[in-house]
Design a protein around this ligand. Sequence first.
Ligand code: SF4
Ligand code: SF4
Length: 431
Amino acid sequence: MAAEQFTVKSDPELWTRLNMDVERFKNMPPMLTQAYTSIFLSQKNRPEGMSYFNDCVANIHTGRIDELMAAKDEGKPVVGTFCVYVPEELVVAAGGICVGLCGGAQGSIADAEKILPRNICPMVKSAFGFKVGGICPYFQAVDFVYGETTCDAKKKTWELLDAYVPTHVMEIPQRKGARDKVLWLEEVKDFKAAVEKITGNRTGLDEISGAIRLINDKRRALQRLNTLRHHNPAPISGLDMLLIEQIAFYDEPGRFAGKVNELCDELEKRIKSGSAVAPATTPRIMVSGTPMALPNWKLHNIIEKSGAIVVNEESCIGTRYYKDLIDESSTTVESQLERLTERYMQIDCSCFTPNDERMSQVVKEYRESGAQGIIDYCLQFCHTYNIEAVKLRQVCEKEGIPFLAIESDYSPEDVGQLQTRVEAFIEQIQG
Ligand code: SF4
Ligand code: SF4
């Protein structure tokens, strides 16, 4: 798509119906148009298949919201979530639509800081600010949200969020012993019952089977794409991969999986013909750590504008979301819920203790991706990932993996300093 043709669309009438602060929000599409044009459309030799994902961004505040509103008119509830631990399969099984509401924008932080303390994670503040400021059409479209008790910032924020939108909370265990698995299965059952009660739709074997297949297909498509992007020379940029991983949280799952698979077909051809986005000598970096919610492209942009390429995201907006599937062979609802629980217990978030399987997973992904170094990304005030970076550094030292830990937020203030550190790291891995 030519840069001049790209525009993030506006629909003030739709936003008024959603009770948004239209005066403020109308500045958002031009800002996003400008950022997307300069960060994404300036890339050379992008795959043709990225045109669908360009369209997703162009329609982010309009077309996709129209689809959600049309679904609501048909009686399908729209459910907002903030964590890959909340089982979207059970929302889909009840006829609902799941959208991720994690905030990745600086623009809503000031709204949140009028209420919340300043020294908490920007992802929580950004999401909360979107709601209290009335500046996110997804937050306005959801019927209810489902939070969780993963970290302190989140679980206490949900108590406040409930004043603005009906907020339910799942208890997430902090360990992975037998007792914790029992607790988590009970939570999954309660979640199913709550979603059924709110939606008025019963979910049986067929509905859950269909939903598991649908979401597995989405995860399988992302797995396939991630394997292809590991090729050297890289057939797709890290920025484009991150964008697709972000869109996975709000697009219609079946259509999304189809488009990702079409892109994979194209990348296979590119690999055969030797077409790439960067030469094989380009330094290859894996990013690990906290999730990067839309439109947080800061670190990837710094890395790739510094002449390296990102070849893997070990993150919840990344492999932690799609590396595991649910066994599809269950013949009873009880067994489906058990298999679902097992799959979700494999998520290796730093909120768990101990979390040694994440250490092995990081090393595994590092080796599979052909990376030459790891940049561990931690959102400011995220204590669990920040402390876990100490252990990760020790593991990387032992394995001989170059490692850089950075802590950042959404403001542009530290870009210069990060750029200097990233450039020095790239020089180091180039030897
Ligand atoms: S990092 Fe942890 S709390 Fe955040 S989305 Fe992932 S699993 Fe949930
Ligand atoms: S990044 Fe850390 S502090 Fe922020 S929401 Fe996730 S677990 Fe909580």
